[in-house]
Design a protein around this ligand. Structure first.
Ligand code: HEM
Length: 655
């Protein structure tokens, strides 16, 4: 790659030019959303730099992704390092375009032309307080980190961290754009995040493959096959997230008969055309590459066409993001909407515990993908003639059903306005969901269902294998550390500003749910997990840990119940729900729930630990019996001989 910077420039430049021309031409149609017109430089420069930044981000992610997960390394080759170095060049383009984009964006929202007097003074003062520029600033920061990492990385762990930084850099852009303010703000942000990451994997992966075609030689075929799996996932993710976003911004079918709606339709056509390209890849190219893995001629032709169409997609998207969507936020929605992002759900009646639903695209999507992948894995084992206990599959599906109820049902809806219901959601996600997911042994299923890679590359199976045997998991998998992590983080979360942040910010809410689920899963796994991982501790010791946890939970519940001060007072004190006046009383309920609801799953865990203890003992007994059968009870014989020896000694000593 280093030898062929030309190719890099041509391909990225080609896609960018197509995207920019499309973006600018289409953008002319859409009226800018700025306070005042900050001049031609901003009007033309902003969409250009946005497109260049997004495509350079995609290239950075594609090149690093290829290096870490796709490209086999021969004896003397250094393909991964070369890919990483090319990624650092792409990241540099991203950083430069990102900084210019930030400057133009500030000019756009402030109405102050870039070169105007006082512009930089204003920028320094407001860059962090305006969400748009703050997000762009953080995105450029991640891009810089990814670029520095890629320029110095020699091994895959370092390249993986650079890749994660790049994902964070493009993912955070979801917080910008039209997503903010709408009643379905969170769905808009989450699906935009999925949309951007999927775009980066798809466009960036194709770009990186096209660049490394010659260098890969005979490994090109396997690289294309691996990329096409990513391409298929990205295609589906972009379609689903794009349609959800379009639905949110169009508001109704009539929104399609607007300038914005027309662009959305064109994007759907673009996606269909890209789907056709993908099908061509799979149908023609795969067979050809199986015959001659080095024959990438057909690929290059398809790739250039496909990249041009992707450029069109990105260009239109950027124009779209500068237009005014038909269902643009009309503002208002009152105090509760401003604080929680959602309208007042009204009083929580008994019936509503069962009937109220507000499906969240991300939470529901995660559950559907997790269940789909698990059942696909079980199906693959069955097709191979391998058995897999049905109970595990039922447990997995059950766990995700509880997750969907806790996040999209009454606990998820009223958990935004009531501390007590929030605690029900917390307990369900941290303690009940893992109780179903852990016994389903997902790691074992993945390791059995996915074929191992034989060329030293990291596929999902290898990545998982490395993860469960990593030092970090060994440390976290220590029952004492897992228990401390589980309940100390509980106390830290509720008795720190983190609780308020989780209630008032989308990112905070997502991180809170991820933390609840992961710490709960880790704790349950070290107690009753059957998946491979750190060595298991004696069940007796695990029970001691568990009872310590039970008492801590009770203690924690009592502290909240008896705390005269309101937790997260700026939030719960400012809600003023018309149907709920005793806010502190609700906090007392939350403490009782932490105590009461928390104990039930912990008790179930204790029973499961005891049961695994009995099972282990039985298995040990069976093993000992088999060994005794095999060696004619050598142990017992040795023991008896030892006893006889002792007796003889006693006799000799006259004792
Ligand atoms: C069914 C097909 C698709 C639909 C319905 C769709 C819809 C959308 C919508 C509604 C947005 C938000 C725009 C805004 O902020 O108002 C968006 C953003 C975006 N889309 Fe798509 N999209 C689709 C396919 C694609 C494809 C094929 C690509 C590129 C290969 C793409 C690239 C992007 C990008 C880069 C953004 C972010 C633009 C920005 O804010 O800077 N989309 N899409």
């Amino acid at each position: 790659m280093a030898r062929r910077p030309g190719a890099f420039g041509w391909l990225l430049g080609g896609a960018a030019v197509v995207a920019v021309v499309i973006g600018l031409v289409v953008d002319r149609g859409a009226k800018p959303t700025a306070l005042a017109d900050a001049g031609a430089l901003v009007r033309w420069g902003l969409p250009v730099t946005t497109v260049v930044a997004e495509l350079a981000a995609a290239a950075t992610i594609g090149l690093l992704g290829l290096a870490v997960f796709v490209v086999p390394e021969g004896g003397s080759t250094s393909r991964r390092i070369r890919l990483a170095r090319s990624a650092s060049v792409a990241a540099l383009v991203w950083v430069v375009a990102g900084v210019v984009q930030l400057l133009l964006a500030f000019s756009d929202v402030s109405g102050t032309p870039v070169l105007a007097a006082g512009y930089f003074g204003q920028l320094m003062t407001f860059v962090w307080s305006i969400e748009l520029t703050r997000v762009l600033f953080v995105s450029v920061g991640w891009a810089m980190l990814a670029g520095l990492g890629a320029s110095a990385a020699r091994g895959r762990p370092a390249m993986t961290w650079s890749l994660l930084s790049a994902f964070a850099g493009i993912g955070i852009l979801a917080l910008n754009g039209h997503a903010a303010g709408t009643a379905t703000h969170e769905d808009a942000v989450d699906t935009m995040g999925v949309h951007l990451v999927a775009m980066a994997c798809w466009v960036g992966g194709l770009l990186a493959l096209a660049l490394s075609r010659r260098a890969l030689g005979h490994d090109f075929g396997v690289a294309v096959r691996r990329y096409s799996v990513v391409a298929l996932w990205s295609f589906v993710a972009m379609g689903v997230s794009g349609v959800i976003q379009a639905a949110i911004r169009l508001g109704s079918w009539s929104g399609l008969v607007t300038a914005y709606g027309a662009l959305v339709i064109v994007k759907a056509v673009v996606l269909a055309v890209l789907g056709w390209f993908g099908w061509q890849h799979r149908r023609n190219l795969a067979t050809r590459l199986t015959k001659d893995p080095g024959d990438g001629r057909g690929f290059a032709r398809l790739a250039v066409g496909e990249l041009a169409v992707m450029g069109v997609g990105v260009g239109i998207a950027v124009a779209l993001s500068r237009g005014i969507p038909p269902a643009a936020d009309a503002g208002g929605g009152g105090r509760i909407q401003a604080l929680t992002g959602y309208p007042d759900p009204g009083p929580l009646t008994f019936a509503r515990w069962l009937t109220a639903w507000r499906f969240d695209a991300l939470f529901l999507g995660v559950a559907i993908v997790a269940v789909g992948l698990y059942l696909a894995g079980v199906h693959r084992l069955h097709r191979r003639g391998d058995a897999w206990p049905v109970g595990r599959a039922v447990s997995w599906v059950g766990g995700w059903a509880v997750w969907v109820y806790a996040t999209c049902g009454a606990p998820g809806i009223w958990g935004r306005v009531l501390f007590s219901t929030h605690m029900v959601m917390h307990m369900a996600i941290a303690m009940i969901v893992p109780l179903f997911l852990v016994p389903a042994a997902p790691v074992t299923l993945v390791l059995r269902a996915l074929p191992p890679r034989r060329d030293g590359t990291w596929g999902p199976r290898e990545l998982l294998f490395h993860a469960v045997h990593s030092r970090a998991v060994h440390i976290l998998g220590n029952p004492v550390i897992a228990a401390l992590f589980f309940f100390v983080s509980l106390a830290v979360f509720y008795y720190s500003p983190l609780f308020g942040l989780a209630l008032t910010t989308h990112t905070g809410h997502l991180l809170m749910l991820a933390h609840f689920l992961l710490t709960g899963y880790l704790f349950t796994w070290v107690l009753i997990g059957i998946d491979p991982g750190p060595p298991k501790w004696s069940p007796l010791f695990l029970l001691v840990i568990l009872f310590a946890t039970i008492s801590f939970h009770a203690f924690f519940g009592v502290i909240i119940t008896s705390d005269p001060k309101l937790l997260a007072p700026d939030f719960f004190g400012a809600l003023h729900l018309p149907w709920m006046t005793d806010v502190h009383g609700d906090q007392v309920n939350a403490g009782e729930i932490a105590w009461g609801v928390g104990e039930v799953p912990t008790l179930a865990l204790a029973l499961m630990v005891a049961r695994s203890w009995v099972r282990r003992d039985r298995a040990e007994q069976v093993r000992l019996d088999r060994q005794a059968d095999r060696d004619h009870d050598a142990d017992l014989t040795a023991y008896n001989e030892m006893l006889a020896g002792l007796r003889a000694q006693d006799d000799r000593l006259g004792r």
